[in-house]
Structures are given as structure tokens and as C-alpha cells.
Ligand binder design. Structure first.
Ligand code: PRE
Length: 244
């Protein structure tokens, strides 16, 4: 202990990882990840993939290790505004090492950060909630390798409004790209319709679309999705007519 490399929050040394730490990080990752089953779904990639994967992740982001008596027992990997990994060896769990790593990440990212946690991983969700993270978004798991429902949790940083507004802005940028793509398709469809444009609207087709939207994202409800689709289709048909 007593190194000046990084904060020493509880007598456990936290220090930035170097290339020589790869093997130890892989060991912590595999051991902790496997011990977390069944709270986490079983790993879908073979153990031999862990080293090249983690080498790449470590090169892209910042990794800090927790060391006890010269042994790496935990690590946190941050990339941009994402906490990609936070693992502590099971034998060293419950000693505050995870919360020390999390505290460190808060000092590294005072503007806030997010992470993905499996919905089934109650212990991890409880841990993050306890240290002030909030659940921002749920997915059905179709976007992760394990195909298991997960949640985006965030620490909203020292200025939560600024963090959340940045998140809204990024989401609006995504939305704009998706809606432009959709509007272009609506415009193309009009070229193939006997009665194109507003006059040729198809209420049955629109009801089907609403049903799918509700199934994909129930939070906004049938009423909400009906209004949104109405606005999207109206604006798209207007744009198609202006272009025609
Ligand atoms: O599918 C069609 O018939 C379309 O014209 C496309 C579209 C849409 O944008 O989704 C637009 C208007 C119709 O009422 C239904 C759907």
C-alpha cells in the first residue's frame, strides 16, 4: 500500500492497469463471471476468447485494478461514458472493493456514466442502486450476446440534468436518423400505391403497426403510440408530397 499511483480508499490499492496486468484481469474476469451464474446467464464465448477480447477492451478504455497484497482481485474498465466491466473475485467480495472501484469510476467520470446489467442479476442491481445508480432503460436482450433481458443503469453525475439532457440529445439524434429512414420508405411506398398520399391511407395497416410498436415498447401505451405514429405518418406523407 501507500503507492501514489491512485486513490487508496480502504487499504486496498487501486491503480491503473498496465499491459502486464492482462493475465490477472482475464483471471478475475473469468472467475467472477462464472461465479455469478445463475444471477448472470452462462458465458456464451469460450474462455480462450477472453484474453484477446479484454486486450482490445483495455486498449480502447481505461482499466483500474484493485490489488490486495500484490494480487489483482478486482478491476473496473471504463470506456467513454460507459462502465464496461466491474468485477471482484468471489473470495474478496463483501469487503467494499467493488464500491471502492465504483467510487473511483465516479471520480474518473464526474459527468456521469452508464452500464448494462442483466435483469436477472439482482445482487448487482441492488449494489448499483445502493450506490446511487438509477435504472434508465430495459431491453429484451435481443441486442446482447447472451440474449438475456438487461437494463441500462446510470450514475447521473454531479449535474444530473446535464447528464440526462445529453442523453436525450443523443437519443434524439438516433431518432432523427431512424425517422428519416422511415420517411424515405413511406415515400417509396407511395410510388407503388394505386392511391398514394394522405388519400390512400390504410387504417388497418396503421393499426397493425401500432400493435407492433406497443409490443416492442409497452411503456408508451396504445394511446401514446397511436399519436406518435399519426404524427410520423402525417409528416412523412407531407414530405413525400412536397418532394413529388
Ligand atoms: O404501407 C402503406 O400503405 C404506406 O403508405 C406506408 C404507411 C407508413 O408510413 O407506414 C403510410 C400510410 C399508410 O396509412 C400506412 C402505412
Amino acid at each position: 500500500m501507500g503507492s501514489t499511483d491512485g486513490p487508496d480508499l480502504t487499504g486496498v490499492l487501486l491503480r491503473p492497469a498496465g499491459p502486464d496486468d492482462l493475465d490477472a484481469v482475464v483471471e478475475v474476469h473469468l472467475t467472477s463471471r462464472k461465479a455469478a451464474v445463475p444471477a448472470m446467464p452462462p458465458m456464451v464465448h469460450p474462455d480462450r476468447d477472453a484474453a484477446p477480447y479484454l486486450r482490445g477492451r483495455m486498449a480502447a478504455g481505461e482499466t483500474w485494478v484493485a490489488e490486495v497484497e500484490g494480487r489483482v482481485v478486482g478491476y473496473a474498465l471504463v470506456d467513454g461514458a460507459w462502465l464496461d466491466h466491474l468485477y471482484v473475485l468471489p473470495d474478496f467480495a463483501g469487503q467494499g472493493i467493488g464500491s471502492n472501484l465504483l467510487d473511483l469510476v465516479k471520480t474518473l467520470r464526474p459527468g456521469g456514466f452508464a452500464l448494462w446489467v442483466f435483469e436477472s442479476n439482482e445482487p448487482a442491481r441492488r449494489f448499483y442502486r445502493r450506490w446511487g445508480l438509477v435504472e434508465l432503460e430495459r431491453t429484451d436482450g435481443s441486442g446482447n450476446d447472451e440474449r438475456a433481458p438487461d437494463l441500462r443503469m446510470a450514475w447521473e453525475g454531479t449535474d444530473p440534468m446535464a447528464y440526462l439532457r445529453t442523453q436525450v440529445d443523443e437519443t434524439d439524434d438516433d431518432l432523427a436518423r431512424v425517422l428519416a429512414r422511415r420517411a424515405a420508405l413511406t415515400a417509396r411506398i407511395q410510388e407503388h400505391k394505386e392511391v398514394p398520399g394522405h388519400e390512400g391511407r390504410d387504417p388497418a395497416r396503421e393499426a397493425e403497426i401500432v400493435e407492433r410498436l406497443v409490443a416492442t415498447a409497452p411503456a408508451l401505451g396504445t394511446e401514446g403510440w397511436t399519436r406518435i405514429l399519426e404524427a410520423v405518418i402525417t409528416a412523412s406523407l407531407d414530405a413525400a408530397e412536397r418532394r413529388a
